[in-house]
Design a protein around this ligand. Sequence first.
Ligand code: NAG
Length: 219
Amino acid sequence: MVAFSSILLALGSTAAVLATPLKLITERSTPQGTGTNNGFFYSFWTDGQGSVTYNNEDAGKYSVSWNNVGNFVVGKGWNPGGAKVVNYNGTWNAANVNSYVSLYGWTKDPLIEYYIVESYGSYNPSSGTTKKGTVTSDGGTYDIYQTTRTNQPSIIGTSTFQQFWSVRQVKRVGGTVTTQNHFDAWAKAGQKLGTHDYMILATEGYHSSGSASIQVAGP
Ligand SMILES: *[C@@H]1O[C@H](CO)[C@@H](O)[C@H](O)[C@H]1NC(C)=O
């Protein structure tokens, strides 16, 4: 009897030992890449410099912390993206370093990387560009810009492509983003999107350290 309960005890503690590291591994970071989690598309991209810990959480929620990175972009949303009324909220601990919170996506044919920037930190992404107009949407005014990326990472590999920007004049983290208002304003400014690929409520960091916890919802 003593021997038997020792075996049970040994089995029980083996299970506990196994369960603990597995849980730790899943909590450490979602692997880099794209996929589906709890009904939402997600993307985790990093250039590999420094460390980024990204975790998919319940429904449209994710968390990320980063340390001395080069560049990374993470978030949850939809694939394909397009005309959606996106609601989101959360916290972003990177207001004084180089980081963005944005509704971020890509189109193909033409290849376009676009940002509806809700908040930026120490660097305004429109620095050095020419404003092409403004769009008022969801209680705020956004400045419209276009920039060219030459031989940069993209969803189809290293390419040269255009970036379209709406940058909210009054920063916020949380609210509604009606994407079609931006797409229409960009088209009026001569900035035509292609066929929608993914669209996420993204946290991006560039040569910085910080953390964020964001939850996205939408139809
Ligand atoms: C978003 O708001 C809901 C409702 O108040 C809250 O439960 C949730 O934790 C918030 N999400 C984040 C990421 O802060």
